[in-house]
Design a binder for this molecule. Structure first.
Ligand code: PLP
Length: 351
């Protein structure tokens, strides 16, 4: 199924549609065949591996990722973490003080923060009791100024995947609104990525990151997949050197190497099972929610109290009790086997 052609420029802010992006010599002469002497960017000429500005198009990294993910380099954009990509999406599509977005709560806190930073109104639609989309409410909330709908799948902090048919249904029905599917945790889930659908749905943006399953949160590399027209407008506002030389090199190295990741994922999922089973026997744990991610959300008798007690045991978890539908819920990231053991020991100690 392919949605009807969507005029992306009609959704883009006027100032962005008319924007002429910054151009660097690095991009202009990228395909030049002969060796060039670069005396254009006021760099220090003495080579230390770092003296030149990074490739603004991240060409080599895109090619590596393109092969791994089976998608054209024209459908890929990198950011300094997915946080930067999300911010770019706001700045391209949302006119401050006029436009609005929809978030499905409880969810990742950054969408709200970015809406506030960009002076964009957000409408919160509560997930169902099973932490799935409330489609009717979403449809009701959409108005002519609704530009973006954020769907986090697997969702943070609830941990579950969002049903594919619900998303398909909304994508087709609300075809003048851009859907941003945040797949920060997709590699823990075993589900297919929505990136395979970006050329079937013109209104779809998928974000991923090397911060979680790939074990490179310190690298700051976020990935955006979308049809090329969307990628092209995002490129217009991308800071030319947003992904530094070290990050590009390290990401290529790790992605090409691609060993160890599978074992780490299996270990994390095994540790999750161990923790889940142990949590079941802790008297103050009332409920453990299904998880397709690398964390567990659990309802306890008194989240504030248990949070503080764990802290006394030198273990920091995330207290989500003030989030909607998450009263008295703690979120446990799955650590190493040893860390999991320590957590279980602490949970058994406190009472
Ligand atoms: C951790 C997380 C991210 C990662 O953001 P980066 O900036 O790429 O590190 C994105 N979305 C969600 C929902 C997350 O939980």
């Amino acid at each position: 199924m392919k949605t009807e052609k969507l005029d992306i420029n009609s959704l883009v802010r006027d100032n962005i549609a008319g924007l002429k992006p910054y151009s660097s010599a690095k991009s202009e002469f990228k395909d030049f065949k002969k060796d060039l002497i670069f005396l254009d960017a006021n760099e220090n000429p003495y080579d230390n591996g770092m003296n030149r500005y990074p490739d603004p198009d991240q060409t080599d990294l895109k090619e590596v990722l393109s092969k791994i993910k089976g998608i054209s380099t024209n459908n890929i954009l990198f950011g300094n973490g997915s946080d930067e990509i999300l911010d770019m999406i706001f700045r391209v599509f949302c006119e401050p003080k006029r436009d609005n977005i929809i978030i499905n709560v409880p969810t990742f806190g950054m969408y709200k923060v970015l809406a506030d930073v960009n002076d964009i109104k957000y409408k919160s639609v509560l997930l169902t009791d099973e932490f799935q989309l409330d489609k009717e409410s979403i449809i009701r909330q959409v108005d002519q100024n609704t530009k973006l709908i954020f769907i986090c799948s697997p969702n943070n902090p609830t941990g579950n995947l969002i049903k594919k048919e619900d998303i398909l249904n909304l994508l087709a029905k609300l075809n003048k609104v851009i859907f941003v599917i945040d797949e920060a945790y997709i590699d823990f889930s075993g589900a297919d990525s929505w990136l395979n659908e970006v050329n079937n749905f013109n209104n779809l943006i998928v974000t991923q990151t090397l911060s979680k399953a790939y074990g490179m949160a310190g690298l700051r590399l976020g990935i955006c997949y979308a049809q090329s027209e969307i990628i092209d407008v995002l490129k217009k506002i991308k800071m030319p050197y947003n992904v530094n030389v070290l990050s590009q090199k390290k990401a290529i190295f790790e992605l090409v190497k691609d060993i160890g990741l599978k074992e780490e994922l299996e270990q994390i999922i095994a540790n999750k099972e161990i923790l889940k089973n142990e949590l079941l026997s802790i008297p103050f744990v009332q409920k453990i929610y299904p998880s397709d991610s690398n964390f567990l959300l659990a309802k306890v008798d008194d989240a504030d109290k248990r949070y503080q007690q764990l802290l006394q045991e030198q273990i920091v978890v995330r207290n989500r009790t003030s989030e909607p539908l998450c009263e008295n819920c703690l979120r446990f990231t799955i650590g190493t086997k040893e860390e999991t053991k320590e957590l279980i020991k602490a949970l058994k100690t406190i009472n």
